[in-house]
Design a protein around this ligand. Structure first.
Ligand SMILES: *Cc1c(COP(=O)(O)O)cnc(C)c1O
Length: 388
C-alpha cells in the first residue's frame, strides 16, 4: 500500500496547496520577501490564539517551544505548579526540573481533566504567593483529554500566578481565547491542527510575560524569546528560520480563515463524534472521561485478548491508515485516532471500516458495519440544516 492517510495526532496529512507552497524557490531570510512573510504569519496567528499580543515563531518542534516558554519565564529556584494529565504534561514538568525550576505537581488521574476546584484550593492555600507559575496542557495527546480551559483560567485568576499552556495539539481545533483567559505564554506547533509539516513552534506571549522575562535570568541562547521579538521587529528571526515551512504556514493560515474558524472547529468535533459513536457501537471503551474528550485525538481502549499494535500494523501496511498507539505506560493498551489535518468524512468512514475489518480478523464479536454506520449517522445528521 503506497498511499497513506495519517490518523495519528501529528504530524498530520497535509493539504496539497500547503505542501505545494513548500516547493517555492528559496528566498533570503534577511530580505524583503521574508519580512512580508513573517509579518503575515505573525498577524494571522493572533486570532488563532485569541490574542492581541505578540506571537513569535521558532525553528523547532513543539518541545522547543515548551522549553523556550519555561526557560524564558522562570529562573532556577522559582516554584511552579505543574498540572499534568498525561505524557506531555509530564514532559513540561521535566523541562522545568531540568532547568532547576522547582516543581510541585497537582496530581490528576489519567483519562481525567484537571479539577478546577482542586486547582483553586491549592492556589488559595498559597497565601505567601510562592507559586510563580501554573503549567497547563490544553489538549493531552497521550490520553485524549481536553482540559476545561475557561474554568481553569477562572480558578487561577485571583491568585495571579503566570500561566503557561501547552496547546500544541489543541490550538486551531477548537476556540482558544488566550487574552480572555488571562494566559501568559501559549505554545503550539505547525504539524498539528494547522496542518503544516513539522518545523515551526509558535509561541504567544502576553505583556505580563514580557515584563517577567525582563528579570528572569535562566541561561538561554537559541530559544531566547526576547531576541526573537527584537528580530521580529525588523522582519527576521535570530537564526535561519525554516523558510519552506513558513511558506506552507502562510497558506495554511489563509485556508483556515477562508474555511472559517467555527467551521474548522465543527469539523474536528464532528469527526470525533463519529469516531466515538463508532467505538461505542462496537462495544469499545474510551480512555478519556465524558466531558473532557479531545476533539483532536480519541483514545480507544483495546479489548482484552486483542493486540492493538498488531491491528495498527496491518492497518498501516495493508490498508494505508496510520493510527497512533499508546505512549509510556499506556503502550499496547490503547489506540489513538487523530482527527487533525486534511482528512475528509469519507476518509474517516474508510478508516473505521478498515478498523472493523481488523477487529473482526482479531476475533472480536461485532456486527459488521455497525461502527461505520454509527459514524455515518453522525455525519448525516450534522449535514442536515438545523430546524430554526
Ligand atoms: C505533539 C505534542 C507536543 C510536541 O511534540 P513535538 O514532537 O516536540 O512537536 C507537545 N505537547 C503536546 C500536547 C503534543 O501533542
Amino acid at each position: 500500500m503506497s498511499k497513506q492517510l495519517l490518523f495519528i495526532p501529528g504530524p498530520v496529512t497535509v493539504a496539497e496547496p500547503v505542501l505545494a507552497a513548500m516547493g517555492k524557490p528559496m528566498i533570503d531570510h534577511r530580505g524583503p520577501e521574508f519580512k512580508v512573510l513573517l509579518e503575515s504569519i505573525s498577524r494571522k496567528l493572533k486570532p488563532v490564539f485569541g490574542t492581541s499580543g505578540d506571537v513569535v515563531i521558532l525553528g523547532s518542534s513543539g518541545t522547543g517551544g515548551l522549553e523556550a516558554a519555561m526557560t524564558n519565564m522562570f529562573a532556577p529556584g522559582e516554584k511552579v505548579l505543574c498540572c499534568p494529565v498525561g505524557v506531555f504534561g509530564d514532559r513540561f514538568a521535566e523541562i522545568a526540573r531540568t532547568w532547576g525550576v522547582e516543581v510541585e505537581v497537582l496530581p490528576t488521574a489519567w483519562g481525567h481533566g484537571v479539577d478546577a476546584q482542586a486547582l483553586k484550593a491549592r492556589l488559595d492555600a498559597d497565601t505567601k504567593r510562592e507559586i510563580k507559575g501554573v503549567i497547563l496542557t490544553h489538549n493531552e495527546t497521550s490520553t485524549g483529554v481536553q482540559n476545561p480551559m475557561g474554568p481553569l483560567a477562572d480558578a487561577i485568576r485571583a491568585h495571579g500566578a503566570l500561566v503557561l499552556v501547552d496547546s500544541v495539539s489543541g490550538l486551531a481545533a477548537s476556540e482558544f481565547t488566550m487574552d480572555a483567559w488571562g494566559f501568559d505564554v501559549v505554545v503550539a506547533a505547525s504539524q498539528k491542527a494547522l496542518g503544516v509539516p513539522p518545523g515551526i513552534s509558535m509561541v504567544a506571549i502576553s505583556p505580563r510575560a514580557w515584563e517577567k522575562m525582563a528579570t528572569a535570568n535562566a541561561p538561554r541562547y537559541y530559544f531566547d524569546l526576547r531576541k526573537a521579538r527584537e528580530f521580529a521587529a525588523i522582519g527576521q528571526t535570530p537564526a535561519t528560520p525554516p523558510v519552506s515551512q513558513c511558506f506552507a504556514m502562510d497558506v495554511a493560515l489563509d485556508r483556515y480563515a477562508e474555511t472559517g474558524p467555527a467551521n474548522v472547529w465543527a469539523r474536528h468535533q464532528r469527526y470525533t463524534d463519529g469516531i466515538i459513536a463508532a467505538a461505542e457501537t462496537l462495544g469499545l471503551e474510551l480512555f478519556a472521561q465524558p466531558g473532557v474528550r479531545s476533539v483532536t485525538v480519541t483514545a480507544i481502549k483495546v479489548p482484552a485478548g486483542i493486540d492493538g499494535d498488531a491491528i495498527r500494523k496491518t492497518m498501516r501496511v495493508e490498508r494505508g491508515y496510520v493510527l497512533g498507539g499508546g505512549q509510556a505506560r499506556l503502550a499496547g493498551t490503547i489506540v489513538r485516532i487523530g482527527t487533525m489535518g486534511d482528512i475528509s468524512q469519507t476518509d474517516v468512514l474508510g478508516m473505521l471500516g478498515a478498523f472493523e475489518m481488523e477487529l473482526l480478523g482479531a476475533g472480536l464479536k461485532i456486527q459488521v458495519g455497525s461502527g461505520v454506520q454509527a459514524a455515518l449517522r453522525v455525519f448525516l445528521e450534522a449535514s442536515q440544516p438545523s430546524a430554526a
